[in-house]
Design a protein around this ligand. Structure first.
Ligand code: 4BW
Length: 149
């Protein structure tokens, strides 16, 4: 919720806006690519977070990365789906957010990514913030601000 006190805007924190971990589709680092592809196709998402067995965030796996991996020089090499694991293919160099970061921190990171993962001090996965959530918030705030002008 935005509040206007004179010229000061208070932005909501990441903890108020994130989709909590229990509602986020994810895969494990050691899963074969065929399992990750199944999760991606069944969930309908183009990319999901990758966690380790202790629930720490490790990266993001996407349909595009899996397709790139299976595309050989002349044909698809579908054996890669069973003999390659998610950690060999995932993008590991991904920025994260903390629960007490502000919405504006999320906005900057979501310029380059459709979603950003939220982790605690031990890198454990708390949830995600999506572009959709941030755009909805800005739309709401825009209309609230212009009520006063
Ligand atoms: O299943 C869906 N339900 C709804 N309500 N919207 C969906 C669904 N699948 C896609 N969408 C829409 C959203 O607006 O298409 C956008 C792009 O989806 P994506 O990227 O390419 O699969 C969605 O935009 P978004 O909500 O801002 O989400 C951005 C990205 O965050 C998604 C997906 O990679 C990830 N994501 C979102 N919710 C997730 C999730 N990953 C795992 N679990 C979730 N619950």
């Amino acid at each position: 919720m935005v509040s206007m006190e004179k010229d000061r805007l208070e932005w909501p924190k990441v903890r108020e806006l994130m989709i909590p971990a229990e509602k986020v589709a994810h895969v494990q680092v050691g899963n074969p690519l065929e399992h990750a592809l199944l999760v991606l196709v069944k969930s309908g998402y183009s990319a999901v977070p990758v966690l380790d067995p202790t629930y720490k965030f490790r990266g993001v796996i996407s349909k595009t990365r899996i397709l790139e991996e299976t595309l050989g020089i002349e044909e698809f090499e579908l054996n890669h789906l069973s003999d390659t694991t998610v950690n060999e293919v995932m993008d590991a160099d991904i920025p994260c957010l903390k629960l007490d970061d502000h919405m504006i921190d999320a906005l900057y990171k979501l310029i380059d990514y459709p979603f950003v993962c939220v982790t605690n001090e031990e890198d454990e996965f708390d949830g995600i913030i999506t572009r959709r959530t941030i755009l909805k918030q800005f739309s709401k705030h825009y209309h609230e601000i212009f009520k006063y002008v």
